[in-house]
Structure formats: structure tokens, C-alpha cells
Design a protein around this ligand. Sequence first.
Ligand code: ZN
Length: 95
Amino acid sequence: MEIKRTTEIFVETNRRLVIRQPESAEHFLCPNCNDAMLAAEQIAVVFGISRRAVYQIIETEAAHFVETETGFLLVCPNSLAKILANRTETLGEKL
Ligand SMILES: [Zn+2]
């Protein structure tokens, strides 16, 4: 009689991103949760999603964002993280 063995290997990885902004960059805090806001492009890198997905979330959901006088779109990472976590839990959705 042949015995089959199955081995499962779990790998856990952690990723740390350091985002540096130029000294002249203005710092904005989210008016709702007081977290430091990031540019939409930075948000895309941090969360591993496309810029298009960031814009879609901003337009369709309750992510906190502001647009500066110079036209930069800044997004609250705190609110976006909550939306993405909720989506993953409820739908198993991948962006
Ligand atoms: Zn916020």
C-alpha cells in the first residue's frame, strides 16, 4: 500500500516602504482622521494597486481626499486601508 504525504509550506512576508518627500513639499493632514495624506501615486505604490484603482475608489467610495490649490490630489491612507480591508473581507476581491 502506497502512503501519500502532503506538505504545506506557508510563507509570510513583510514589506516596509519609506516614502520621502522633498523638503519643499507641503504636508497635509486628513481633516477627518488627522493622518498624513499622500499623493495618489504614492498611495498606489504603498497599497500595491494601480493609480486608476485609487481614482475609482475616491470617486465611488468614502476615501478621504483633498485637492490642493496647485491641483495635486492627496489621499488619506488610513481611510483607503479601511476600504480595501473591507472589500477583501466581504468580496475576496483583488484589485
Ligand atoms: Zn482620513
